[in-house]
Write a protein that binds this ligand. Sequence first.
Ligand SMILES: Nc1ncnc2c1ncn2[C@@H]1O[C@H](COP(=O)(O)OP(=O)(O)O)[C@@H](O)[C@H]1O
Ligand SMILES: [Mg+2]
Length: 320
Amino acid sequence: MLKVRDLVTQFRVDDHTVYAVDGISFDVQERQLVGLVGESGSGKSVTALSILNLLAHNGRVVSGDIEWQGNSLRNRSQKEWTQILGREIGMIFQNPQASLNPVFTIGDQMIETIRLHTKCNKAEASEKAISLLRQVNLADPELRMNDYPHQLSGGMCQRVMIAMTLSMSPRLLIADEPTGALDVTIQAQIVRLLASLNESLGMSVLLISHDLGVINQFCDYVYIMYLGKIVEEGPPKLIFESPQHPYTQALLAAVPSVHSNHTYSGMVVSGEIPSPINLPTGCRFHPRCPFAMDRCTLAVPELYPVGDGKAACFLVESSN
Ligand SMILES: Nc1ncnc2c1ncn2[C@@H]1O[C@H](COP(=O)(O)OP(=O)(O)O)[C@@H](O)[C@H]1O
Ligand SMILES: [Mg+2]
């Protein structure tokens, strides 16, 4: 139902162009939980913001298309876009505390959001708020309604943000690093919550993370992103058990739980992600790739089919 094709999003900074997203295609189908993974700076947030038409003023979608339920979202008025977003696509961010207003209680904010989207009186909205908080497994929801955001932990605030987003019954929830600011056990709980809402409500989820460890068996399909491009995609079994792209292998090696006794445990991505202003020639990963060949410095590999997925690497092409 969400279909992104050859999306190119760039920013202007002084006289430079930042090639933040450079021709990516992906799908999120009805009821699917899809992962989008890549280290910081690879263009994941810019992808999400492009979909939601929330780019900073110096950025724009240069080409490509974004389709929602069969209709192109490009060249829509801001009003049409907002109507679709408000009702059908919800988004939660990394820092839930910052998304909540510190001077109002959780209850006030939930009630306001609910009344913005549904016609009901205050008492009905309050009841709805409590049931939504219960749905996201927040303990003692009646009591939490009277709390201010600073009285809740980061994980609790993220549950509140999810509950608020659910109040508009979105068809798709985009979760951009929803667990980034939380500790590991809480991270797992939030991801499990998103997976259970995906299951019980049939709400599609696009889960974005820099950590392959967060994207796990719950996903139906995973996209790996590096410097503005999708370098590998496939079902989680392929990504976790037989990753084809050296970048995916390195990401996997960085996941502690998978790390031990794993084939890829020796691999590390050395150095920093290059600047998207001066992109490497050929395969963007070649300066950091332990398997780089001459060819990789010259030509850009396309996504070659492999198993149930695809990988943009000449090693895959030649082994086919
Ligand atoms: N408003 C902006 N102006 C210039 N460059 C930007 C802007 N927003 C993002 N970028 C750049 O786009 C690239 C991708 O950023 P982002 O999508 O936030 O990465 P990720 O979410 O994967 O960590 C980064 O190099 C970032 O610096
Ligand atoms: Mg980001």
